[in-house]
Design a protein around this ligand. Sequence first.
Ligand code: PSU
Ligand code: MN
Length: 302
Amino acid sequence: MKIAYSAEVAAALEAGQPVVALESTIISHGFPYPKNMDVAAEMEAVIREEGAVPATIAIIRGEIKCGLSAEELEHLAKSDGVLKCSVRDLPVVVGSDRTGATTVASTSYIAERAGIRVFATGGIGGVHRAEEGADGFDVSADLLELSRSRVIVVAAGAKSILDLPATLEVLESYSVPVVGYKTSTFPAFHSLSSGLPVPAVADSTADLIRIARQHFALELPSGMLVCNPIPEKDALSNEEVEALVDQARAEAVAAGIKGAAMTPYVLGALNRVSGGRTSEVNMALALNNGRLAAKLAAGLSS
Ligand code: PSU
Ligand code: MN
């Protein structure tokens, strides 16, 4: 597979230095412009602060890029004609020289092939709540890809716009290790906890590094999901989130949104109905994940 690396990412991979993959759908479709410019820049900054090299992944005019320039990040942030590109979309986006922002699924797919073992994002996609779409069946390809790309994904769980118990069940069926970082419950993205138990807990960064090493040593064919709860000071309460999510979902249903457009639409609606608060919260948790992912990458490469 042909990947165009930035000079910095190529040098880091060559030297065995820690590298953290970052997705670009979060930039193009997860935050409003120009807030998403700050998110992109600060994600890269916190990873550098922890001694790792950030590798933001996207398809730019048909080229699979690993490590982006400031101009490329700005182009993705403006999101003008930028497609949301999951794994199944790769052949078409690459083959027609289009620009696509990669999801958790396609970023994991590319990261593995680039030799990157750790990936930081905000939250993963999952099983949508049944009543959301008229067809009542929408399961993110993120879950399938977690089962078949050997990349450790650090996320603040999944948003409560999803069916979280069903999401955890699918991860179990797909044999994806799910590890709570200093938590025994599945975090709910904007809020600290969904109350649902996770199968394993890492009590420290050292513990997490040990588990991650074993994951690769055992040659499991999957990735691993590390659940890192939002810092307490930034979290919203479950009640607050439920009320916001109900409004946002009602808007999505009324607007007839379906399929791949659902997650971006609901994120935008949440931002609107919360007066911009959910985007602040989203940024705080994404940066928190970037930091932990960089520590993990550093631990794995030493
Ligand atoms: N969750 C978020 N913010 C996001 C996404 C998920 O909190 O921006 C994006 C990620 O790129 C994820 C994608 O991979 O949405 C999932 O989309 P879908 O549900 O259509 O698979
Ligand atoms: Mn979907």
